[in-house]
Design a protein around this ligand. Structure first.
Ligand code: ZN
Length: 80
């Protein structure tokens, strides 16, 4: 037989997201989810120019669009 005790579990809830490039707040849509955005979390190798640093940033859709427009080699478009 098992007896259970109710306990409160605390977790991190994402409150807000801001685009690191333009600073705009990424809004939640009518379903309560954030509009889609690019989230990057990169830990650089110790032999790189960043010597083991971790960079984390988020980009809104407009900034991603502008960033892609500046690329000499465009990322391939695909839909899974
Ligand atoms: Zn932006």
């Amino acid at each position: 037989m098992k007896n259970f005790k109710q306990v409160a579990i605390y977790t991190d809830k994402l409150e807000s997201v801001f685009c690191n490039l333009c600073g705009v707040e990424i809004k939640k849509n009518r379903f309560g989810y954030f509009d889609d955005y690019l989230s990057v979390n990169k830990t650089w190798d110790y032999t790189s120019n960043f010597d083991g640093l971790t960079h984390s940033f988020d980009l809104c859709q407009n900034c991603c669009k502008n960033l892609i427009a500046q690329m000499k080699i465009k990322p391939g478009d695909s839909h899974d």
